[in-house]
Ligand binder design. Sequence first.
Ligand SMILES: NC(=O)C1=CN([C@@H]2O[C@H](COP(=O)(O)OP(=O)(O)OC[C@H]3O[C@@H](n4cnc5c(N)ncnc54)[C@H](O)[C@@H]3O)[C@@H](O)[C@H]2O)C=CC1
Ligand SMILES: NCC(=O)COP(=O)(O)O
Length: 336
Amino acid sequence: MIDLLAVSMGDPVGVGPEIVLRAFAEKRVSGYRLLHVGDPEVYARTAAHLGLTIPFRVFGAVTVDAGGAPDHFDILATRNPVDHTVFAFGKPHPGHAACVVESIETACRLAEAGQVAAMVTPPIHKGSIHAAGFDFPGHTELLARLLDVRMPVMMLAGEGLRVVLATIHQSVESVSRSLTREGLHGLILATLQALRHDFAMPEPRLVVTGLNPHAGEGGAFGDEEIRLIEPVCRELREAFPGLRGPLPADTLFHARARAGYDAVVCMYHDQGLIPLKMLAFGHAVNVTLNLPIVRTSVDHGTAHDIAGQGVADLGSYLVALETARQIAFNRRSGQG
Ligand SMILES: NC(=O)C1=CN([C@@H]2O[C@H](COP(=O)(O)OP(=O)(O)OC[C@H]3O[C@@H](n4cnc5c(N)ncnc54)[C@H](O)[C@@H]3O)[C@@H](O)[C@H]2O)C=CC1
Ligand SMILES: NCC(=O)COP(=O)(O)O
């Protein structure tokens, strides 16, 4: 099972299923052993809608055979189906949520048990999952809960830029209150360790942004840098001399600045993801660091406006597969 990757289903009426089917049909993934976890009927409906002839094999459990034949599209069937009475491309519905969540949980458990090397996740529709009563904002938080991890770390990477988010899905208004010395210390340390072990960088160069304009301008524009970020950076710099910060975020993303670091920790979602997506949208990858399993994801959402049209870009999915394989390899090599 060592190189088998589990691919969850994602939102059944978004672009996820069509991306994995088209990647298979266009022979873009023939170098991988993939096990797709979801409702077989979703894949069959999507393939028929797109006019793709796909040789499906459906499994009820993982066997040595699963994912073993590059000329078959292998599916591990979820117990919960989606609600086919309301299935329509581009129209998310809470009736699909139980299947979507089961697919993620099953892929996670397979990775935890070592039955797959990593899990890769197409996008989910967070609104309909929430409307169905599931109380987590995204994969990252769900996986942390399933794996009992206190601090999952979200990294997005593309075009040589790696951004890590100190806070994720929460209001801008609440960001400052959420930042603590203990939390930042744990997050920066986890990032440094992931750069070493998952990305094979023995001496990582990590930059930490400030929260405020000009990194607070010595306290004139806010004091989070003085109270929180600078003391944590100073403390960790002893063990990690390649750590710099807090630095003003607005001058950290031009080409010359980017050449000076391997990754950057940003204080909130859009501070990091706007530059990342400007540079690399469509071929970036989302990696959850600090988990006992390897999990990667696409950089985009469900794209309901184009779902079912067969036009979605496959680039980020292909990068997510390759990154998952590489991190799994690096982790195994590090253990040797
Ligand atoms: N990893 C995940 O599960 C993620 C899920 N989402 C969810 O996706 C839903 C929609 O989010 P939006 O903010 O609208 O972002 P989005 O990424 O779905 O769409 C933004 C724009 O980019 C285009 N786009 C996205 N992926 C594309 C692709 N592969 N090829 C070509 N064009 C593409 C869309 O057509 C749209 O015009 C939300 O529920 C959000 O929470 C968003 C990001 C990540
Ligand atoms: N904006 C990134 C995003 O929404 C990804 O979330 P997750 O589902 O990977 O936790």
